[in-house]
Write a protein that binds this ligand. Sequence first.
Ligand SMILES: Cc1cc2nc3c(=O)[nH]c(=O)nc-3n(C[C@H](O)[C@H](O)[C@H](O)COP(=O)(O)OP(=O)(O)OC[C@H]3O[C@@H](n4cnc5c(N)ncnc54)[C@H](O)[C@@H]3O)c2cc1C
Length: 444
Amino acid sequence: MSVLWQNWARSVRAHPRRVLHPASTPEVVEAVRAARAEGLPVKAYGAGHSFTPIAATEGVLLRLDRMDAVLGVERGTPGGGAGPRAANGAARVRVQAGISLHALNPRLLALGLALPNLGDVDPQSVAGAVSTGTHGTGHRLHGISATVVGVQLVTADGDVVEIDEQHPWFGASRVTLGALGIVTEVTLQCVPAFLLHAREEPMALPEVLDRLPELVEENDHFEFYWFPHTEKALVKRNNRVPEGSERAPVGRVRHLVDDELLSNGLFEVANRVGRRVPSLVPRINHLSGSALSAREYVDHSHEVFVSPRRVRFRESEFAMPRAALPEVIASLQRWFGAGHETVSFPIEVRFTAADDVWMSTGHERDNCYVAVHQYHRLDPTTYFAAAQDVFTAHEGRPHWGKMHTLGADYLSGRYARFDDFVAIRDELDPHRVFSNPYLERVLG
Ligand SMILES: Cc1cc2nc3c(=O)[nH]c(=O)nc-3n(C[C@H](O)[C@H](O)[C@H](O)COP(=O)(O)OP(=O)(O)OC[C@H]3O[C@@H](n4cnc5c(N)ncnc54)[C@H](O)[C@@H]3O)c2cc1C
C-alpha cells in the first residue's frame, strides 16, 4: 500500500510507502531506524512548497506538523547573520523544526521579536524554508538560513546531533537540501519586532533599470515585478519606520480589491483567458500592469512581507551577481520579442547580501534574483529552459526548491564549498537513506 503525495504546485507526485507525523525527536529517531531496518529511504517535508522533487520519496515520508512548539528564548544575543540592524533586544529562539512561518511570525511578535527578512508567503515550515535557502529581498540582508545559529539533526544512524556555530558541520547544516538528516529543532537569531512602511507603485521598466542602484541601496527591501511583453513594472519599497511610529495597515476594502481581486481572483481569470487565447496575453499584461495603483501602508514586518498567493503556478528562480541584471532583463526581452511564447505571470526581481552558508544561493556573493513563473495549467518547459540559459550565462545559482534541470557537474562550479558539503553528506549518510533522484542529480 502506498499513498499519493503531491506538492503545492502539482508539479511533483510521489507514492510514499507511509506518511508519519512524529510528535517528538525520539519518535523521529524511531521512524528513521524502522525505515532503515526495512531498507526504505526517508524524507521529511514541510508544506510541499518546493517546485522541485526535492522532498519526494517512495519510502517513508515524515511530516513534522506536530512538532510546532516554540521551545525557548534567550535574550540579548545580537549577531548570527541577523543583519547589521540586530541590536539590543535581539534574541535567539529555539523552535521545533515543523513549525510553519505562518504560526511562528505571530508567536515571535508576541515575544517582541521578528525574523529580519522573509519571502513572500508563509505556509512553509521552518525546516523546509531553511533547507532550500528561502529568501526575501534586501540588499543588506540574507535569506532565512543565515539566521540559523543551531540545529538538532537526527542522522541516518538514528543519532541526535546538536550543531552549534562552533561545530565543524555548521556551515553545511543550515541549507542542507534535506540531504544530511532530519532536522528536529532549530535556533533562530531574531531581531526586535519592527514595523515596515510599504510603498508600492507602477513604474516604467526603463526607469526602474536607470534608477536601479538608488532603488536597491536606498531601501531596506526593494523588489520589482516586470510584466512580460510590456515595459510595465510594479515596484515595492519596504522600509523600517522610526521608533514610536503607528501601524496604518491596508484598509479592508483596499486589501480585498488589490490583494484578493486583482492579484488573485481576476488574475486567475486572466490566466485562464490567456491560456485559451495566447495572443491576448500582451494586452492582458498591459492591463494588469496598469490595474494596481500606488498604495502606502505601515504594518508589522511579516504582514508586509507576506501576500496571499491563490493562483497556482510553477516557478524557476536563479541568483546572479547584481551587475548582470540589465543584461539578463535585455536577454529575456529579446526572447519574448522573438515571439516564442506568451507569458502572463510577472517576472520578480529581488536582491540580497552575501552570506556564509555553504549551499546558500547567497554564499559569498551579493545577488540579484530573477524568478520566472508560469500558470500551472501551462507547460513551463520551453520558457524555463530559455530563462535558465540566460541565467547560467551569468553564473546563475538555481533556488534549490524551484524548477531547473542542472546537475552536480554545473553546480559544483558555482559553490566554493560544494565538495566540503558532499564530503559531510558522505560521512553522515553513506548509504543514502535521505536521498532521492533529485538529490542524486544535484549532488552527484
Ligand atoms: C507560492 C510560493 C511562494 C514562494 N515564495 C518564496 C519566496 O518568496 N522566497 C523563496 O526563497 N522561496 C519561495 N518559495 C519556495 C519555498 O519557500 C521553498 O521551496 C521551501 O523549501 C518550501 O518549504 P516547505 O516547508 O514547503 O518545504 P518542502 O518543500 O516540503 O521541503 C523542502 C526541502 O526541505 C526538506 N525538509 C523539510 N522538512 C525537513 C526536516 N524537518 N528535516 C530535514 N529536511 C526537511 C525536504 O526534504 C526538502 O528537501 C515559494 C514557494 C511557493 C509555492
